[in-house]
Each structure stands twice: as structure tokens, then as C-alpha cells.
Design a protein around this ligand. Structure first.
Ligand code: MG
Length: 394
């Protein structure tokens, strides 16, 4: 394998740090070209020095001087702002772009990398949720390969290898069920920030961990799978699998089901996207089936977890509806993390925005950005009203 030169967008987040751990195990095969971070200047500086990055971008322009002063002696180029990320990902010195920034903010740089025909290691699922039709069309036009890093989608992608183009009968998307899997609706309604952040299996950033607790993460993943694999919503079925050993499954016309398994460890999916189609060693925990003994599966409960229903609705409606859903969710999750609203207020805000925002059947990229902005405003107004209630005060 020829050495692959990698850009990590969002290198100080959970996925970014695990990606650097993968790279540190294969320094002969992977090289860090570009690292970007929103705010975490200290970590960005130490990562850039350790991995001898060619350039870095600190998106918060107020921190430019601090990062620049620290990296100048190391001859590492320093830039600031989102536009710099969009410019640098297109550079000839980059083969693979890992998109591991949080939320909709990743869309413009992902589009820039796709237009430059880069291989995308896609960890930013919100990009496909908000603008799946547009991003996939651009990828086809510019010959950009999109390799999933989300563990479920990496699993599906691996289950499809060797299928010789056979049609997918069904995707079985596994979900851990999150921290509230066995809680009653009444208890979930009172769930605190700390309880929602306590995910049983996966170690992830705070936004995705709250999304896992509401199961909106699985809703986003249904839509992500639709765009990555061209599978309609009615063929994507969620199954609760609390052990998180099976990362997802593909069922074919003959009833044969292929599963991909492993202990929950994001580095597996990250490394496979970097090394594809090769497989490399990794210092992770290996499966011992006799020790594991059994695995369990349950149907999801859409009454306690209404996010799933909302995602299927958004997918069926098409146009900018999933973008509306995603924007409302981002604003509501941020408000929940600030302890301004209650747990079920998150999905209530999403539902209200989906009912109230302007629908567009075939939006272009500009319309998607406008939808995102408008929905954030609408959600913020709803949140302000909710957080003013007497009934929610912690
Ligand atoms: Mg996932």
C-alpha cells in the first residue's frame, strides 16, 4: 500500500483523537497533512507537533495568534476560519479527508472535499442527513469515493463486499438502545444531562451521546444509510442489540443475513476507511464467542423514543425535511446540554419545527443552508418559551 496522506477535520474531538491513535500505529502507511479544530487550540498544537502536520486550521479566528506562535518554530503552516478548511482540503497533498467535525457545520468543507474528488472517510453523518441527495450527486460527478466511518455504516459497507451487486432486501441497523433502554417514559421525561451522557457501550462526543439517548442518532443513521447505500426507508429496520457486538447486518433476497461484528471500538471503522480495501492489524480487544455466550435483540419502542418515527417521516417527505429535523435537533440538544430544557423537549422541538418550517421539495445547496439557518432560529424561539416554564427548573 502506498503511503496515504490524511486530513482530519475535527482532530480534537473523539473521532479525531481515535483517528490519530490509528495513524500512530501505522506511521509507515499514513501521514497527517492537515488537522483542523474549532476551539481546542492546546490540543491542536500538540497534535500538530506530534504528527508533524503540514498545516492546521483553527476555526475560531480569535485563537489564530496563539496557534501560529506555537507552531511557527516547527515550520507548520497555520490558518484560521472555515473558508481555510474548505480551501486546504482540496490540496494536491491530500488523499483522504476524515470528516469528524460535529453537526451541520461540517457540510461546506465536506462539499469542498467532494468537489476536489477526495476519498471521504465520512464520520459527519449530519452532512448526509441535511444534504444527502446533493452530496451523493456531487460525489458521483467528481469521482469522490465516500467510505463510512459510522460503525453501523462501516458494517453495512463490509457486509456488502463480495455481494457482486446483489440488491439489498433489508438493512438491519443495530442500536444499543442507549442509557434509557429499560427506563419508563415517566423516568426518561425527568432524565438529567449527566444521566443522558452516560452511554453504556460507546465512548463518543457529547452531541452524539445525547442523540443516542433520544435515539435520534439512529434516526440520523437511517437517513445516512439511505444515501450511502441507496436503500429506501422501508427496507431499513432498526433492531435494539444492547451488547453492541453486531454493528449492523444486510439481508439478501435469499434470506441470507451477513453481519459484521467486533467489540465496540470506533478505531476499527476509522482504520478500515483509511486502509480500504486492505485490512491492517489493530491493538483492539478481540471477540471471544464462548466468553460472550449470548447476544440479545429487541424491537425499538417508538413511544418512548419518538425520534425514530420523526426520522422515517423526514425520509418519506424528502426535500429539506431531514435538514429541518437535523437543525432543530442540533439546537435542542445544545439547549438540553445547557440544562435549559427537559429530555422529551428535544424531540418535541424537532417535531414542532418539522410541522412549522417551510418545506422545499428539491432544494439546492444554498436552500439547504437557508433552511438550516431558519430552523435554528425557529427552534431557538421554541426553546426560549420552553425554558421559561416553571415546570422545568433543575
Ligand atoms: Mg453509529
Amino acid at each position: 500500500m502506498e503511503k496515504r496522506r490524511i486530513a482530519i477535520l475535527g482532530s480534537t474531538g473523539s473521532i479525531g483523537r481515535q483517528a490519530l491513535d490509528v495513524i500512530s500505529q501505522h506511521r509507515d502507511l499514513f501521514e497527517v497533512e492537515l488537522l483542523t479544530a474549532k476551539n481546542s487550540s492546546d490540543l491542536l498544537i500538540s497534535q500538530a507537533i506530534e504528527f508533524d502536520a503540514n498545516s492546521v486550521v483553527i476555526c475560531n479566528e480569535d485563537k489564530y495568534k496563539e496557534v501560529s506562535d506555537a507552531l511557527q518554530p516547527h515550520y507548520i503552516k497555520v490558518f484560521a476560519g472555515m473558508q481555510s478548511v474548505c480551501d486546504l482540503v482540496a490540496g494536491d497533498n491530500i488523499d483522504i479527508v476524515l470528516t469528524s467535525m460535529v453537526g451541520f457545520s461540517g457540510l461546506s468543507s465536506t462539499v469542498a472535499a467532494v468537489k476536489a474528488g477526495k476519498t471521504i472517510a465520512l464520520a459527519n453523518k449530519e452532512t448526509l442527513v441535511a444534504a444527502g441527495a446533493i452530496v451523493m450527486e456531487l460525489a458521483a460527478r467528481h469521482g469522490a469515493r465516500i467510505l463510512p466511518v459510522d460503525s453501523e455504516h462501516s458494517a453495512i459497507f463490509q457486509c456488502l463486499m463480495g455481494s457482486a451487486g446483489a440488491d439489498i432486501e433489508k438493512i438491519h441497523l443495530t442500536a444499543s438502545g442507549g442509557p434509557f433502554r429499560t427506563w419508563s417514559r415517566e423516568d426518561i421525561a425527568k432524565a438529567t444531562r449527566a444521566q443522558a451522557l452516560n452511554h453504556p457501550n460507546w465512548s463518543m462526543g457529547s452531541k452524539i451521546t445525547i442523540d443516542s439517548a433520544t435515539m435520534m442518532n439512529k434516526g440520523l443513521e437511517i437517513i445516512e444509510a439511505r444515501w450511502l447505500f441507496g436503500t429506501p426507508g422501508e427496507k431499513i429496520q432498526v433492531v435494539i442489540h444492547p451488547e453492541s457486538i453486531i454493528h449492523s447486518m444486510v439481508e439478501y433476497a435469499d434470506g441470507s443475513v451477513i453481519a459484521q461484528m467486533g467489540h465496540p471500538d470506533m478505531r476499527e471503522a476509522i482504520q478500515f476507511a483509511f486502509s480500504f480495501p486492505q485490512r491492517l492489524p489493530l491493538d483492539n480487544r478481540k471477540l471471544n464467542f464462548a466468553e460472550l455466550g449470548s447476544m440479545s435483540f429487541f424491537a425499538p419502542d417508538q413511544e418512548r423514543f419518538p425520534a425514530l418515527k420523526l426520522a422515517y417521516e423526514a425520509l418519506a417527505k424528502g426535500g429539506n425535511m431531514a435538514c429541518i429535523m437535523n437543525a432543530a435537533n442540533e439546537e435542542a440538544v445544545a439547549a438540553f446540554l445547557q440544562e435549559r430544557i427537559g429530555f422529551y423537549d428535544i424531540t418535541d422541538v424537532v417535531q414542532d419545527c418539522m410541522a412549522g418550517a417551510d418545506f422545499a421539495a428539491s432544494p439546492d445547496l444554498d436552500a439547504i443552508f437557508r433552511t438550516n439557518e431558519d430552523t435554528l432560529v425557529m427552534a431557538a424561539e421554541k426553546i426560549a418559551r420552553l425554558s421559561g416554564r416553571k415546570s422545568f427548573q433543575q
